[in-house]
Ligand binder design. Sequence first.
Ligand SMILES: C[S@@+](CC[C@H](N)C(=O)[O-])C[C@H]1O[C@@H](n2cnc3c(N)ncnc32)[C@H](O)[C@@H]1O
Length: 288
Amino acid sequence: MSATPAAERHRRLIYGYFGHDARIRLLREAAVFDAPVFVVDFDRGARHYRTLGSVGGFAGPDQITEQSSMDLMYPAHLVFHYERLMALAFALVERPVTALLLGVGGAAMWRFVRAYLPECAPTLVDCDEAVVAVARRWFYLSQPVTVEDARGFLAGTTQRFDAILVDLYDAHGPAPIDAAFWTRCLDALAPGGCLATNWADFATNRKVKPIAEQQAELARARGLDCNFVTRRGFRDNLVQYLPTGPARGPEGIAPAQERFARERRLPNRGRGILEDCLITREFPLDLA
Ligand SMILES: C[S@@+](CC[C@H](N)C(=O)[O-])C[C@H]1O[C@@H](n2cnc3c(N)ncnc32)[C@H](O)[C@@H]1O
């Protein structure tokens, strides 16, 4: 069967982005995600990668977005810098034995937890069955996933988690998260737990700052503070941490990261994770 003109256009966009020697493994619609998603393999020097991406989005129909990536030789390594920052949520918890991963994508965080925190039991939630099927087929995911909107999941659970990682994006940007969602996240944190939230395109997508500040405001009402970390000058991803343990200030992040990298034997001893990063108490940009 020949490809539709739309699929042909998507293939051209993918090759334009990843290079003409890339190999497209899959291109399909993902209904809830609301965009075509694809799996592509490509090489960068001696490294071989597999990426889950999507076509279209808030920047227009030609936008290619990398949702998740895997190093084919070292699948448990985190490829994206923001994922390594997200992993620091575990460093800010004394004994992380339970984790809630909201937004499975290509299961990068799940592979990391399985390899580097084998005593930690992750619960996985994603609202798109098609994305979960892709993660199973192409990204080694072998654990059950609750296929449900993260908001509905949190509203219905009485479980407590040491780490909650929020990475909820579809083709249009961040999921519509509200105060009730953050309240449920805070309620679902075990004592001493840490909530970490990924904000992509935080400097260009104006939806981000008010939602991030809403989390910080609800945290303050409970006597807690958020920390924000992003790479200086890049303005791509920002990670917001809400730690509730004893070492909660921004000054605690670097020592926690060093300890975590050493104890967990992170690749390259975790070097570079916080290098050239800005660590702030407030959302780091004035976008008013
Ligand atoms: C960027 S990907 C997550 C990547 C992931 N952190 C990883 O380790 O590879 C975003 C995911 O969020 C999911 N998602 C978006 N909105 C959601 C919602 N409201 N509830 C649950 N999942 C959602 C999407 O289906 C997509 O799989």
